[in-house]
Design a protein around this ligand. Structure first.
Ligand code: AMP
Length: 399
């Protein structure tokens, strides 16, 4: 029973093949710059370690890219299967499920119709996902496809959390509301944290801190609030995204700089956040190095990044009227010793106490990082979004 997980972007297709009998990842890779100049293909056989590193290959569209993926997976030398018959089903990561989906579903005509209807809410992502599903249906006919939504886990939020105070018709006519993203990660990490906590009744704050970052408050397994909004632009400061700003500042900058809607959209999504403040890179490791060297803008960006997370944690303690555990995940959440320390130290009022030495040990896997005396558990949990997609796909299609 092998599941192929696919994440199609407008010019990319990430993939991973997982054997569900033992949940072992067999191979993974990425097609980048599909349909644009100098497309590149990366692949790794996870059983032997053999890989193709950023090879330039012509990929004029997603059909060619998925054909290349399937061909490589079956390659005599570096492949992991002898025929596509070994792939039982395909799990697709979908950014936006609107209000239609609170869990993963098997793809049928109605699903495609709904995804097309939701597409304007995620214009950069959903059309690419739909295209990916259609390409896979064409190249792997007869196989079941499952869609797993980034928004689904957040559908339990109450109206008071997901509504924006615009005129009500903007919700009824345009579906403007908070949806939240990174749901597969928040779901997986909160479930692991709940197990580590050993408590069914639990108040958990998940900090997914990667290039994109979001925080969620999960009470008894259900999301009560999350930091991203109608789009992934809201919430904490990110690698290149602003996160929360005064909406009037958007209008002001556009007027003063004479920017179009698209230009402002690019400014807020691609040129802001850590990159915008630091000015040299959006990568947290680069930021950390520059901060240590005394670069003032790096120090400011680092402090802003941590401060905004600290504020959200405070807000979510208030939202749940308490907290049992804070779980850090994502590239920064899992790996940055300094960010975890900086954030936790600022929250000592809540009885949150990080075990500094243990944090500095950079232990692999899922570990508790709080001291014995800490009133709140602090965990570092390795997220596994592809595995969650594969598990859902397997569960829905094995019957
Ligand atoms: P993600 O989007 O989850 O892959 O996370 C990417 C972010 O994680 C980038 O900003 C990286 O700089 C950051 N990151 C990865 N490894 C480390 C590390 N060892 N220390 C600090 N940040 C890291």
């Amino acid at each position: 029973m092998k599941v192929l997980v696919i994440n199609c972007g407008s010019s990319s297709a990430k993939f991973e093949l997982i054997d569900m009998t033992n949940e072992q990842s067999l191979a993974k890779g990425n097609c980048e710059r599909i349909g644009i100049a100098n497309p590149i293909f990366s692949y790794k056989n996870l059983l032997t370690g053999e890989k193709i590193d950023k090879m330039e290959v012509p990929m004029e569209n997603h059909t060619v890219a998925v054909e290349l993926i399937l061909k490589t997976l079956q390659d005599e030398k570096i492949g992991v299967i002898s025929s596509v018959d070994e792939i039982d089903s395909i799990g697709h990561r979908i950014v936006h499920g609107g209000e239609y989906y609170e869990k993963s579903v098997i793809v049928d005509d109605e699903v495609i119709k709904n995804l097309e209807e939701i597409a304007p809410l995620a214009p950069l992502h959903n059309p690419a996902h739909i295209m990916g599903i259609k390409v896979v249906q064409k190249l792997l006919p007869g196989k079941k496809n499952v869609v797993v939504f980034d928004t689904a886990f957040h559908q339990t939020m109450p109206g008071k959390a997901y509504m924006y105070p615009y005129p009500y018709e903007d919700y009824t006519d345009l579906k403007v509301r908070k949806y939240g993203f990174h749901g597969t990660s928040h779901r997986y990490v909160s479930e692991v944290a709940r197990e580590m906590l050993g408590k069914e009744d639990s108040k958990i704050i998940v900090c997914h801190l990667g290039n994109g970052a979001s925080i969620s408050a999960v009470q008894n397994g259900k999301v009560v609030d999350t930091s991203m909004g109608m789009t992934p632009l809201a919430g904490v400061m990110m690698g290149t995204r602003t996160g929360d700003v005064d909406p009037a500042s958007v209008i002001y900058i556009m007027r003063k700089r004479g920017l179009s809607l698209d230009e402002m959209n690019t400014r807020m999504n691609k040129q802001s956040g850590i990159l915008g403040i630091f000015g040299e890179s959006s990568d947290f490791r680069d930021l950390d190095t520059a901060r240590r060297e005394g670069n003032e803008r790096a120090v400011l960006a680092y402090e802003m990044f941590c401060y905004r997370i600290q504020l959200y944690i405070g807000a979510y303690v208030a939202a749940m009227n308490g907290v049992d555990a804070i779980a850090f995940t994502g590239g920064i959440g899992e790996n940055s010793v300094g960010a975890k320390q900086h954030i936790c130290e600022a929250l000592s009022y809540f009885g949150i106490e990080l075990d500094k030495e243990k944090n500095e040990q950079r232990l692999p896997g899922n570990v508790e990082l709080s001291t014995k005396n800490s009133k709140v558990k602090i965990y570092k949990i390795e997220t596994a979004e592809e595995l969650v997609i594969a598990r859902d796909t397997y569960k829905l299609t094995k019957e």
